[in-house]
Design a protein around this ligand. Structure first.
Ligand SMILES: C[S@@+](CC[C@H](N)C(=O)[O-])C[C@H]1O[C@@H](n2cnc3c(N)ncnc32)[C@H](O)[C@@H]1O
Length: 273
């Protein structure tokens, strides 16, 4: 199976192991808010839940720990991440979790199989997000719910004191993802895309993490230098700009009154009965 689009764990950052750790921290950064929204959107213990594009499986683990009777399926196209996810869920009862190697574009899973589907930080990397949404719709049971979460890089981490050069970093990131067929500003389009994919009862929220609430450490771990360094290596960002950002970032965190805030875009929909 060929993986297309703008997320490839081996090449998106300068160090793959660090990138996998970053994905884990990105789950931790938002989990308190995200978990509550999943429940609000209909997730219940005992349900059959799928995460599509599950990466190394950290969200699957959160679900398994939080909901003791849940059944989770992780679908992942990348063989390295598939193996990570398999290892991560292995400590849980085998009848509560399974990993499937495959593409969200054509999962080969039976129609009407799941009560709840989560697709997190995947659509923004796909050349055909509507095709993916239609496939998620197909494998849901009638009345089943789906949640899609993505970035919109018009807004990413904002700091106090403000670091003007972060805009250049996010623009370079967008240019790089667009060049590979992704859409790093898909967040704002999610409600319409879900409608086009067949969903009804669509809802939309922007959720946020703030350093004064979750602490600095989660922000540091969920960012890191791996992707910015790769943008420099690939010629999307001048090294001088990255140097300025690094210096201003260090100055920012030395200030007693510093803060960091980041958003994710979350849309939910229901497959009509
Ligand atoms: C940014 S990561 C997000 C991982 C995980 N959902 C999370 O929130 O931590 C994007 C994931 O989507 C996977 N992916 C990309 N294209 C895919 C496809 N066509 N089918 C399934 N997974 C895909 C990547 O391999 C990667 O694991």
């Amino acid at each position: 199976m060929t993986q297309t689009g703008s997320y490839h764990v081996e090449t998106i950052a300068s160090n793959m192991e660090a990138e996998i750790e970053r994905l884990k921290s990105q789950v931790d950064l938002f989990w308190d808010k995200e978990g509550k929204h999943y429940i609000e959107y209909g997730l219940k213990d005992g349900m059959s839940v799928i995460e599509l594009g599950s990466g190394p499986g950290y969200l699957l683990e959160k679900l398994l720990v939080t909901f003791p009777h849940i059944h989770v399926t992780g679908l992942e196209i990348d063989p390295i991440l598939f193996n990570y996810a398999n290892a991560n869920v292995a400590s849980h009862e085998a009848d509560r979790c399974q990993m499937v190697e495959g593409s969200i574009m054509d999962t080969k899973l039976n129609e009407g199989s799941f009560d709840f589907a989560i697709t997190r930080l995947v659509l923004e990397h796909l050349p055909d997000p509507i095709g993916a949404i239609k496939e998620v719709f197909r494998i849901l049971k009638p009345g089943g719910k789906a949640v899609f979460i993505d970035n919109d890089f018009e807004m990413h981490i904002m700091t106090h004191p403000h670091i003007f050069e972060l805009r250049a970093l996010y623009d370079a990131y967008c240019e790089s993802r667009y060049a590979e067929g992704g859409n790093p500003k898909i967040g704002r389009e999610l409600p319409r895309l879900l409608k086009q994919g067949g969903f009804s009862k669509i809802d939309f929220e922007v959720i946020s993490a703030h350093s004064d609430i979750v602490g600095d450490e989660k922000f540091f771990k969920s960012e890191g230098i791996g992707i910015p360094s790769k943008l420099v290596q690939d010629g999307f960002l001048p090294s001088k700009v990255l140097g300025e950002i690094s210096m201003k970032w260090r100055n920012m965190i030395r200030k007693d009154d510093h803060s960091m805030v980041r958003q994710l875009y979350m849309a939910s929909g229901e497959k009509p009965q």
